[in-house]
Design a protein around this ligand. Structure first.
Ligand SMILES: Nc1ncnc2c1ncn2[C@@H]1O[C@H](COP(=O)(O)OP(=O)(O)OP(=O)(O)O)[C@@H](O)[C@H]1O
Ligand SMILES: [Mg+2]
Length: 233
């Protein structure tokens, strides 16, 4: 993916939902690898005191993955988060992984965002968290700014799609008028593996599972960039 220049300031993509385990950190890690492979200089801001994204970085580095073009900063203090977002440094892309319950952090991370990704599993609890997050995004934009956001269906399993739980969750989304992004992430052992070690692009790509995983994250990154260019003022 070619680097899309924004005038001086890096793009900020915030990944958030109040629902624990919906895939915020997974999405962050995958997007970091994807954009870094496209030669973006990427800063990941990990707001989780449990340091999930930072742990991914540390364990990957120890295992010998270079994670070229990627840096991770843990920022758990609210004031520090706003300062970091205001002047992130010499990067082309900033990804902010918002911890599930840190409502206050959500405000500034969303207010600074060029795009907000709201990952959701196809489950009612996740969908309810998604709807809450959409409200927060709309509030953060206030009267003058519509912050672009996308609801990303994560951990999709072909078998689940036929279950009542899946259908109920999707119907609930539909009744609110919210749409899913075109791209989605499947439930993949390959993604699970990346969560503790490396990036899809620093792993042998001759394997079909890796190729399929890359295709999915590439489509996601492309959709986000397209939406930013279409919807940013
Ligand atoms: N698409 C996927 N395929 C396989 N495993 C996944 C997928 N998405 C998430 N997981 C796994 O599910 C678990 C929860 O995902 P993740 O940590 O990304 O959620 P989170 O929203 O960041 O959670 P928290 O709210 O605790 O920060 C992790 O073990 C992760 O590796
Ligand atoms: Mg997380």
């Amino acid at each position: 993916m070619a680097v899309v220049e924004s005038d001086e300031r890096p793009f900020v993509i915030t990944i958030g939902s109040p629902k624990g385990g919906c895939g915020k950190t997974m999405t962050t890690i995958l997007l970091a690898g994807e954009f870094a492979a496209g030669d973006y200089k990427v800063l990941v801001i990990d707001t989780d005191p449990q340091r999930s994204a930072a742990n991914w970085y540390d364990t990957s580095k120890k295992a010998g993955y270079p994670l070229k073009n990627i840096e991770v900063r843990t920022v758990t203090e609210l004031g520090d988060l706003a300062k970091t977002l205001e002047k992130p440094g010499d990067y082309q892309l900033v990804l902010v992984d918002i911890q599930g319950t840190a409502a206050a952090a959500v405000g500034s991370a969303v207010a600074f965002a060029d795009f907000v990704v709201i990952p959701t599993r196809a489950h009612m609890y996740d969908v309810n968290g998604t709807i809450g997050m959409v409200d927060q995004v709309r509030l953060a934009g206030g009267r003058n700014r519509k912050i672009p956001f996308g609801i990303l269906l994560n951990a999709v399993n072909g078998i689940d799609a036929r279950t009542t739980a899946f259908k109920l969750a999707m119907d609930r989304l539909k009744t609110t008028g919210l749409q899913l992004m075109d791209s989605y992430l499947s439930l993949r052992p390959t993604f699970q593996a990346i969560a503790t070690a490396g990036s899809l692009y620093e792993t042998d790509g001759t394997n079909k599972a890796i190729q399929d995983a890359r295709d999915q994250t590439n489509a996601l990154a492309a959709e986000i960039i397209r939406r930013i260019s279409e919807e940013s003022p």
